[in-house]
Design a protein around this ligand. Structure first.
Ligand code: HEC
Ligand code: HEC
Length: 203
């Protein structure tokens, strides 16, 4: 009798709580997509595609924004109500709990990454391919396209966004793996440019 009562109460509670948080999650994800694009696939050079990134790396990025450890520039909404005031990543995730962040990261991890259709210089891309193989492929395998490395997806990411990422790492405005920094610090501007064209060539 007593057990049945508790089971009943728990079921009702789970039902209400589950429905409310699912609706919240949908609204949050719609908000993300209004900047990042449908299903997290961006059509804008300065806006990263966020689908297909493994959940661990995605959640880690959101934690870094929430803790304001990672630079976050102001950005306009790209679709939906574009009259909304521009916002930053830090503001966007400021109110999210760990559980919400993990659920959002899982949602995008299950969606396919779609490489950006963008221009690149073929000669630079060839130079970049060699450099990537030597310096970066150990952690960013398959030319930076393997989500299972838990190092993001750089092959086919938008060039404008990646250029900004290189700038932020160099300026110490974004947390960076120590071993990666050893590879990044010696890169010349020409090396970075070649790498950018290599990643853009991966379509
Ligand atoms: C107002 C526009 C805007 C909204 C809303 C927004 N983002 Fe972003 N997001 C950006 C911009 C611009 C960047 C590029 C880096 C920067 O400027 O911070 C970015 C970067 C990111 C990154 C880093 C990508 C990487 O490869 O490291 C992730 C992950 C991300 N956003 C996820 C989300 C999620 C999840 C949401 C919803 C909870 C969201 N964003 C909402 C504009 C937005
Ligand atoms: C020791 C492992 C390691 C090495 C070597 C390494 N990386 Fe990374 N890289 C990571 C990890 C882990 C992340 C994800 C965490 C983060 O956002 O910093 C990352 C993230 C990145 C990002 C950001 C991706 C995004 O979506 O915002 C870029 C760009 C990048 N690496 C470029 C490089 C380049 C170029 C090299 C070679 C010169 C390199 N990495 C070498 C581990 C490594």
């Amino acid at each position: 009798m007593r057990i049945a009562y508790y089971v009943g109460i728990t079921a009702v509670f789970l039902c209400i709580f589950g429905a409310a948080s699912a609706a919240d999650l949908d609204a949050t994800i719609k908000n993300c997509n209004d900047c990042h694009g449908d299903n997290g696939v961006s059509q804008w050079d300065d806006m990263p595609t966020i689908s297909g990134i493994d959940a661990f790396t995605h959640a880690d990025a959101l934690y870094a924004y929430r803790d304001e450890e990672r630079a976050c520039g102001e950005s306009a909404y790209r679709q939906g109500d574009t009259n909304r005031a521009p916002a930053t990543m830090c503001e966007t995730v400021a109110g999210l709990s760990d559980d919400e962040i993990d659920a959002i990261a899982e949602h995008y991890a299950a969606l396919p990454f779609v490489p950006a259709t963008q221009d690149f210089d073929a000669a630079l891309a060839e130079t970049g391919a060699v450099l990537h193989k030597q310096e970066c492929d150990r952690c960013h395998s398959e030319g930076g396209s393997n989500a299972e490395d838990e190092a993001g997806i750089i092959a086919g990411q938008w060039m404008g966004y990646l250029r900004e990422a290189f700038t932020q790492y160099a300026a110490g405005e974004r947390p960076q793996d120590k071993k990666m920094q050893e590879k990044m610090d010696p890169l010349t501007d020409a090396d970075v440019e070649a790498l950018l064209h290599y990643y853009a060539s991966r379509q």
